[in-house]
Structure formats: structure tokens, C-alpha cells
Design a protein around this ligand. Structure first.
Ligand code: SD4
Length: 315
């Protein structure tokens, strides 16, 4: 058992425990990726604990992370593409199979809420770029300044000196937030939001806004989300694969593990990347698995809000 203390979230779980087995199911429950998941879960939990809907929980939860301008991988404080511009990707999906996504979106603070609006107000699933921004502005979102956060600007200037593109595992360019939740009545929903890989090519879109890659929900079976190098997840329709493996009877942990094994076979560069999957089944049991050591996730249920270490492939 490792014991890492997470600070900065008063009153919430403080122990980081290794979780190499499925946890017993409890409802409601919410899980989300990386350390910023704690604060996001805390918001989601308020909704779930008052018998609110999983859909509202997964939207409001990740909005906390999008709001944090000091976060270098989610929202407008994220690291930019190689031209110095922050472009955001997000998706959301509910218990009825309704879903929405936005990609390559600029200067809008809450891409997950725009994704929800795509789901609820349009006949479409995915909107991108200037069209997505226009849609957001027409629906009450504000155009935010075209400005990097101080930390992102500093990092970008540093990067420009060499302009080398080499994503590294578990550093600041791999910290998307993916969240999946089951509410008190047993309905599942999921969300995912990111500024994508740091210093990506202009126009690059990752797995996060793509339904079935960065996140997927099937209310009969379970829900899954992904974090890490999106190209490797896109190649295997990662989150959909995790859900389908649970449909075949695998536990959430085993489903995530099998999906990582598939990813490793289908991506020759797997040693150089980090990817983590998180899954929740209809019983409220959860699991996680990653390519490499270092993937953490947060879980909130009636027992509290805690961090866990995921098991991993490259031992
Ligand atoms: C992407 N999957 O754009 C995202 C990045 C990420 O943790 O997950 N970072 O490829």
C-alpha cells in the first residue's frame, strides 16, 4: 500500500491507496481521472448524494476542473498547440444513449456544457472548431480572452526554444479529466474534457470528444473513460471496448486490463505512452488499468472521496 497525502481539498479523503482489485459496488458512486478528480468528484458527489442525476453530476463535476485556470491540461488554462493556441475537446453521454461532443473549440470556458448542449439542442453528436464556437455563443456562452495562463505561456516559450514534440507519460500534457458516475436510481453517465496533448499540431483532435474512444456509456452494462495519448485510444475505440468487455461478463478491472492489452498490441509505440482506463459497471463496481505506473484516480461514494493508484501493464 502506498500512502500519498493529497492536500488542498478540505475535509475529503486523504489516503492514496493502491487498488489492484475491483472495489465492492455501492451506489451512488463517481470516479474520475488523476488527482484533480478529487475536487471534481466532490462537486459531483453533492448532486449524487442528494439523489440528483448522474448526468448532472458528471457535467458539474468536470466543470470544476475546467474552471481551474492553473490546470495545464483541462480548460482554457491548458497548454496550447504548437501555434500557441488552446483548443479544447469534450464529450458527455447519458443513460439513454444520448451523447454530444465538441472538438477544436477555442475561447469557451466550459466545453463539457457545450457538448451537453449539442446533445440536448441539436440533432447532431459532434461539432467542431468555429462552428462549435458559434453554436456556443448563440447559446449564451461567453467568448473568453485569447490569452494563455501565465504557467502555460511560460511552458510554451520554453517549448518554442526546441519545438520538439515528444509527449511524456504522466506529465502535464496527460491529464484529461474523464468521469463516470452511477446515481441513486442506478443510471449511468460519463463526461470527458481536455485541452488535449500539449504542443499538438494545429487542428489535431484526440480521443476525448469522440464517443466510444474517450468515453462511453451503456446503461445496461456500464461506463468507461480514458486518459492519455488519444491516438492510441482512438485506434482501439477504447472506452467502447471496455464497456463491451464488461457486457461479456468481465469485471470493470478485467475489462480495463484487457483493453490495455489490446492497445499494447495495436500500438507499436506503447512503451512511450501512458493511457489509463476507468470503468464502472451497473452494480456500482469500478476498476482501472493503465499502460504505465503512475495513473491515479479518485473515487467518491458514501465512504468518502479518495485517491487510488491504478494497476498497470509495464511492470
Ligand atoms: C488527448 N486523451 O487529447 C487526451 C489527452 C489526455 O490525459 O488524456 N491527457 O489525447
Amino acid at each position: 500500500m502506498s500512502a500519498l497525502v493529497i492536500t488542498g481539498v478540505p475535509g475529503l479523503g486523504k489516503n492514496l491507496e493502491e487498488n489492484f482489485t475491483d472495489q465492492a459496488g455501492k451506489k451512488p458512486v463517481v470516479i474520475s481521472t488523476w488527482d484533480h478528480g478529487l475536487a471534481a468528484n466532490a462537486e459531483a458527489w453533492k448532486i449524487l448524494n442528494s439523489r440528483g442525476k448522474a448526468l448532472d453530476a458528471v457535467e458539474k463535476g468536470v466543470m470544476v476542473t475546467e474552471d481551474d485556470f492553473s490546470n495545464l491540461s483541462v480548460g482554457l488554462g491548458g497548454l496550447p498547440d504548437r501555434e500557441g493556441i488552446v483548443t479544447l475537446d469534450a464529450s458527455i453521454m447519458d443513460e439513454n444513449g444520448r451523447c454530444g461532443g465538441v472538438a477544436f473549440l477555442e475561447r469557451i470556458k466550459h466545453p463539457v456544457s457545450v457538448a451537453r448542449m449539442v446533445m440536448e439542442k441539436t440533432p447532431h453528436v459532434l461539432m467542431v472548431g468555429s462552428g462549435a464556437q458559434k453554436f456556443a455563443l448563440e447559446n449564451g456562452f461567453k467568448l473568453e480572452p485569447k490569452k494563455l495562463s501565465p504557467a502555460a505561456e511560460k511552458a510554451y516559450k520554453e517549448w518554442l526554444k526546441r519545438s520538439e514534440y515528444k509527449p511524456k507519460a504522466n506529465i502535464e500534457n496527460h491529464d484529461t479529466i474523464g468521469m463516470v458516475a452511477i446515481d441513486a436510481v442506478g443510471n449511468l453517465s460519463g463526461s470527458c474534457t481536455t485541452s488535449g496533448l500539449a504542443y499538438k499540431m494545429r487542428g489535431r483532435v484526440g480521443d476525448s470528444p469522440i464517443i466510444g474512444a474517450g468515453m462511453y456509456v451503456d446503461n445496461e452494462v456500464g461506463a468507461a473513460c480514458a486518459t492519455g495519448v488519444g491516438e492510441t485510444v482512438l485506434r482501439i475505440c477504447g472506452s467502447y471496448l471496455v464497456v463491451e468487455l464488461m457486457r461479456q461478463g468481465l469485471s470493470p478491472m478485467d475489462a480495463c486490463k484487457k483493453a490495455i492489452e489490446r492497445l499494447v498490441v495495436k500500438n507499436l509505440n506503447y512503451r512511450e505512452v501512458q493511457v489509463g482506463f476507468l470503468a464502472l459497471n451497473k452494480k456500482g463496481e469500478h476498476g482501472a488499468f493503465a499502460v504505465q505506473k503512475g495513473f491515479t484516480y479518485a473515487l467518491a461514494d458514501s465512504g468518502g472521496n479518495k485517491m487510488f493508484d491504478s494497476d498497470y501493464f509495464l511492470r
